[in-house]
Design a protein around this ligand. Structure first.
Ligand code: MN
Length: 738
């Protein structure tokens, strides 16, 4: 280890601090603020006095550098500088949040708390989990400075990444590309975003990076010459118009060249000359800005032919990250398209440094696009009760994709993520408009809900009071807002239905004389295999759940639970009887008396022969399904009686009044167009007969139909058969068991 010259180090630390202060000219420089900053500096120096960075230099250089980035490159003020100086103290040293609050105030303590939490979740994990991402965003919604300082912190770490372990470098670099660069982009910090990308690439693909950098240098002079030649007539004309301006030529960043090369599979030579010429005007006042820019546009296009389709006016409609600029692509004399960006100094500052830079111009200004964005983020986070994973998916869409701009019939502009539908637009206008949306007129033409919008579309939403959100709407929308509103409304609808289900359930328990207080809903949910109360009630209401099965439950030890097995078996008997066909009324069990004592016992009808009242029957005691009732004419009777005589018990019908029984009929006839109609008409006209299923077959002109019907008894059935025989074409009817 080299000898450390403490005195020399102290001097260098103080120099670094003073350098930072000079870069923070815009921060309030009254005595109190100056003193607070100095105190923060001393507290940090003291706290980190024994810490050193991996490079060996005193740790305090890092917080000072972060504070300097905040001030100089993002344009933040004194509060952020203080917090940046202290940003690692709570996490890494003895200093507590209470200390910070006591010495600097509540706001500072909150920001540092946010920073500590973020590094807790981001820096100490191998991979970034959705939950962590959510935490970051939650913090962001509290105070955006937390995110800005964190980005500055990351930028400095990336600039000094060389002294870290290789595996850590790669982890940090990919995290930077995944999270920090897009975030910086979304916050409008263009140069920081570019630098983060370049530094990450340098770390991940060092050879490729060097190669591109080298080639860029080699071709620099060619570009410079081109720019001089291209801009010279424009310059002369602008000077003649007495505009104060500056012309810059900017090549693409190394990262974006690399990205183009890899995604489009092209060589450096094919992309190196992609660059923009930027004309920056020093407008006399903010009121002149727009007309100044258009004046420059007019000059540029006087000399060079513009591609009308590539005109972008982000002055009239700034991007949500605050970007303002006028872009046009024109044909140069060498036959190459060149993008020209026209903007004022103020716009350029915002484009490079983001909104914070703008705050320098407008202290406590009116509601800006930025504030709007922050409040959107907050709304989104507050309204969300979904899993983090959903959130990150939806959020990424909102946060990182480009926007389109569409207009209401009155010309109000809405910005939406690329790929948004008319339905997204409707929800952006108003929740009610979204919920009642039928379709839309896009540029005067009728379009469906799912129609994908493009920038510049004028959209008139058509609504109807009777319209309600549908499940499949979720497939048509992109924005988090629309998704959550639709989900909310669908749930609301389910809740209403579920309420009815709850009522039905309560009544059912009353019938069973079980007090509702004794019911364990958990037990019921697992009994019916549904995941939640809501689902349970909903399924009851729509009839998906068979409440007759409740007989399989009992209150034991004060709690509702499935009956013990032996008891369950007997109770199960009736529950097994399945009756389909909603119009069947009076599904009382057919009344049988069973055994020598003629008792009313529970039983099941054997489905091999489907006995009905009036048939001769007997009971058979099965091993697992209780008593089954068979017709004496059942084909199984001989076998059952000879092998299990001891299980046979007497059974006979005692009441044939109002029960309905399932039986089958085979109808043979001559194929005729009208025969099906005739048969169904007879069945539906016959009082109290309900059809469960029917199938028809036709072979060589011979018709064969099978119908399952519910009838009351044998005489009822006889009558039905008689009427069916009268249908034109029917020649024969047989009773069948299934
Ligand atoms: Mn740090």
């Amino acid at each position: 280890m080299p000898e450390i010259d403490a005195e020399q180090e102290s001097k260098e630390i103080l120099n670094a601090y003073n350098g930072m202060l000079r870069a923070a000219k815009h921060a309030k420089k009254d005595a109190v603020t100056r003193k607070r900053m100095r105190t923060a500096f001393y507290v940090a120096v003291e706290a980190h006095k024994t810490d050193r960075r991996k490079s060996g230099e005193p740790y305090i250089f890092h917080p000072i550098a972060v504070a300097r980035i905040c001030a100089e490159e993002i344009g933040l003020g004194a509060t952020s500088i203080i917090c940046a100086l202290l940003h690692d103290t709570v996490e890494d040293t003895e200093i507590t949040l209470e200390d910070i609050e006591e010495q600097f105030g509540k706001k500072e303590a909150l920001i540092i708390d946010g920073l500590t939490k973020i590094s807790g979740v981001v820096d100490n994990n191998v991979s970034l989990q959705a939950e962590n991402f959510r935490k970051i965003l939650l913090t962001l919604s509290e105070d955006v400075r937390v995110i800005l300082i964190k980005i500055a912190d990351r930028l400095h770490n990336m600039r000094t990444i060389g002294s870290m372990r290789r595996d850590k470098q790669l982890k940090i670099a990919s995290e930077t590309l995944f999270l920090y660069a897009p975030m910086a982009h979304r916050l409008g910090l263009h140069s920081i975003k570019s630098e983060l990308e370049d530094l990450s690439l340098k770390c991940q693909e060092p050879q490729m990076f060097d190669e591109i950098q080298h080639k860029l240098k080699k071709t620099q002079e060619v570009r410079a010459r081109f720019i001089r030649k291209f801009s010279s007539p424009i310059k002369d004309e602008l000077e003649r118009k007495e505009l104060v301006f500056e012309v810059k030529g900017r090549s693409k960043s190394i990262y974006s060249i690399w990205k183009k090369m890899t995604t489009k599979n092209v060589t450096f030579e094919e992309v190196y000359d992609l660059f923009a010429i930027r004309i920056i005007i020093d407008s006399k006042s903010e009121n002149d800005e727009k007309s100044d820019c258009w004046q420059v546009y007019s000059v540029v296009t006087d000399f060079y032919q513009p591609n009308i389709e590539r005109l972008r006016d982000w002055i009239s409609a700034p991007k949500t990250n605050g970007y303002e600029s006028l872009h046009t692509t024109v044909m140069s004399p060498t036959g190459k398209w060149v993008e020209v960006q026209i903007r004022t100094k103020r716009m350029d500052d915002i484009a490079e440094k983001g909104f914070a830079a703008h705050w320098k111009y407008k202290e406590g200004g009116a509601e800006s696009q930025f504030d709007k964005w922050i409040s959107q983020v907050r709304e989104l986070l507050e309204s969300s009760n979904e899993s983090s994973l959903d959130l990150i998916g939806d959020f990424k869409l909102n946060l990182f994709t480009d926007e389109i701009y569409v207009f209401t019939p009155n010309g109000d502009m809405k910005s939406l993520p690329t790929g948004s539908s008319t339905l997204d637009f409707a929800f952006a206008v108003h929740t009610q408009v979204g919920e009642n949306c039928l379709g839309a007129k896009v540029n005067g033409k009728l379009m469906p809900l799912s129609h994908q919008l493009s920038s510049g579309d004028q959209v008139e939403i058509l609504t109807s009071k009777n319209q309600k959100p549908k499940e499949d709407w979720l497939n048509f929308v992109q924005t988090h807002r629309a998704k959550s509103k639709i989900k909310h409304s669908l749930n609301e609808e389910r809740r209403k239905v579920a309420k009815e289900g709850k009522g039905i359930l309560e009544k059912e328990f009353k019938k069973l004389k079980i007090s509702y207080e004794n019911i364990s809903l958990k037990e019921l949910q697992s009994f019916y295999k549904v995941p939640s109360d809501l689902e349970l009630y909903y399924d009851i209401a729509i009839g998906k759940i068979d409440l007759t099965k409740l007989k399989e439950l009992e209150v034991r030890e004060g709690v509702l639970r499935p009956k013990r097995k032996i008891v369950k078996r007997v109770q199960n008997l009736f529950g097994q009887r399945k009756v389909i066909g909603a119009t069947v009324k009076n599904l009382q069990k057919p009344v049988l008396v069973i055994g020598d004592n003629m008792e009313k016992l529970d039983y099941n009808l054997a489905n091999c022969c489907n006995p009905i009242p009036g048939n001769e029957v007997y009971g058979f005691i099965t091993v697992s399904e209780g008593i089954k009732i068979h017709k004496t004419s059942c084909p199984n009777t001989v076998q059952l009686m000879s092998n299990y005589a001891y299980r046979i018990i007497k059974a006979s019908w005692i009441d044939e009044q109002d029960a309905a029984f399932l039986t089958g009929l085979k109808i043979i006839g001559i194929d005729d167009v009208g025969i099906v109609n005739g048969i169904t008409q007879v069945i539906s006209n016959e009082l109290s007969v309900n059809m469960r299923s029917l199938s028809f077959d036709s072979h060589d002109g011979v018709f064969e139909g099978r119908v399952m019907v519910f009838v009351q008894d044998t005489s009822h059935l006889t009558n039905l058969i008689k009427n069916l025989k009268d249908v034109k074409g029917v020649t024969k009817i047989e009773q069948i068991d299934k």
